[in-house]
Design a protein around this ligand. Structure first.
Ligand SMILES: Cc1cc2nc3c(=O)[nH]c(=O)nc-3n(C[C@H](O)[C@H](O)[C@H](O)COP(=O)(O)O)c2cc1C
Length: 363
């Protein structure tokens, strides 16, 4: 997840349970142009395995060049291609969730990535949405094309681009894709608790699940998922004191991450704390914590400040049961999908859309 799954957050999650933790999205153009911010974002923990990298691209040749860099420089063990981005500035130019509609271009792009990665034995997976909107669904055709191109798995977010993050994910569509493909299918959408993952597997038959917003402020979800898939009934319901310990660990890992790359360690601590601020509301969702303390926590500059403020929380407050299963993070309303002129009328045109590459990573 862009802006979330950096080295520090991934380590926090890995400490909870097993899984493949994907880095923030990297754009192929920025990688090929050796953009310094992008190169810094491709960072993995010393013991991180597998190193999983997500690429965003719209041009088969640039994508192949980016994958060759990843492979030649041994930057990752797994590459995921992202075709789920619903942001208007991307779809308006034919990128992200708009791209699979152009079926020949999509197939060419996926094949280019697989062909560049396979000599090194690096598996490529694809993540996509159901389609542009309910009248323009692409997921089965795109899944079959990705399978034909040689991907190791296909992940489906059960929403269209028009839905953005609204409503509920369509798990029936995930079941349909699972039926249609031989390669493993991973289901994504609305897994807030470990039992949602079990329900998704039972409903769809998928080979695995992909977690997005469910881990925001709830990294222990991965411990619960591990328990659930191993058939254990235990679930974490951390008290406010235990949540505070997790918050401290998260902030400390971010400070480590930002300090490692900084010339000035004090700056690293401040940048790590700044990155942590966005997580505060997610951690505290549902807990009875006053607005002043919440606000102060969301403005910290140092770990000492964080310790001082966390010390003001009442550690014995139990986990708020009413917060279970509640959405966190983006929950915006559906919206029109902006597309290039003539996009819908020309499915077999495989011209590379112009300007649909994001210049910057993590957007
Ligand atoms: C803040 C945020 C950033 C995201 N960034 C990415 C991204 O970079 N790549 C991607 O494939 N999906 C990204 N997503 C989408 C999620 O991976 C996921 O597909 C979506 O949120 C639906 O799953 P969920 O219901 O479990 O959240 C992002 C979602 C959020 C909320």
């Amino acid at each position: 997840m862009a802006g979330i799954t950096n080295v520090g957050f991934r380590q926090l999650c890995r400490e909870q349970g097993g899984g493949i933790y994907v880095c923030e999205m990297i754009t192929t153009v920025a990688l090929v142009e050796r953009n310094p911010k992008t190169l810094r974002m491709i960072a993995f923990g010393a013991d991180e395995s597998p190193r999983s990298l997500q690429l965003y691209g719209t041009d088969p040749e640039i994508t192949a060049a980016a994958v060759r860099i990843v492979v030649e420089k041994d930057l990752a063990d797994h590459i995921d291609l992202n075709f789920g981005c619903p942001v208007p500035k991307v779809t308006r130019r034919g990128g992200g969730a708009a791209l699979p509609w152009r079926r020949r271009l999509f197939a060419r792009l996926v094949r280019a990535a697989v062909d560049a990665a396979s000599p090194a034995g690096v598996p490529v997976t694809v993540k996509m949405r159901k389609g542009i909107d309910d009248d323009h669904l692409t997921y089965v055709e795109a899944g079959l094309a990705a399978q034909e191109a040689g991907v190791a798995a296909v992940a489906l977010h059960g929403r269209t681009a028009a839905q953005r993050y609204s409503g509920t994910a369509d798990w029936d569509a995930i079941a349909t894709l699972k039926q249609a493909l031989d390669v493993p299918v991973l289901g994504n959408g609305d897994i807030w608790e470990a039992d949602d993952a079990l329900r998704m597997v039972a409903h769809t038959g998928v080979d695995g699940v992909v977690i997005g917003r469910g881990c925001l402020g709830r990294p222990w979800l991965f411990a619960d998922l591990e328990a659930a898939f191993e058939g254990r009934a235990v679930r974490r319901l951390p008290s406010l004191g235990e949540v505070a310990v997790t918050m401290r660990r998260h902030a400390e890992l971010l400070v480590e991450q930002f300090t490692a790359g900084a010339r000035n360690p004090a700056r690293g601590e401040r940048d790590g704390c700044t990155d942590f601020r966005k997580h505060v509301a997610w951690y505290l969702k549902g807990f009875p914590v006053g607005s002043e303390l919440r606000r102060a926590l969301a403005m910290i500059d140092s770990l000492a400040q964080l310790d001082d403020l966390l010390g003001k929380l009442d550690p014995i407050v139990p986990f708020p049961a009413e917060a279970l299963g509640q959405p966190r993070g983006r929950t915006n309303s559906p919206g029109k999908v902006f597309l290039p002129d003539g996009w819908l009328a020309s499915r077999d045109d495989d011209t590379v859309p112009e300007g649909a590459e994001l210049a910057d990573s993590g957007g």
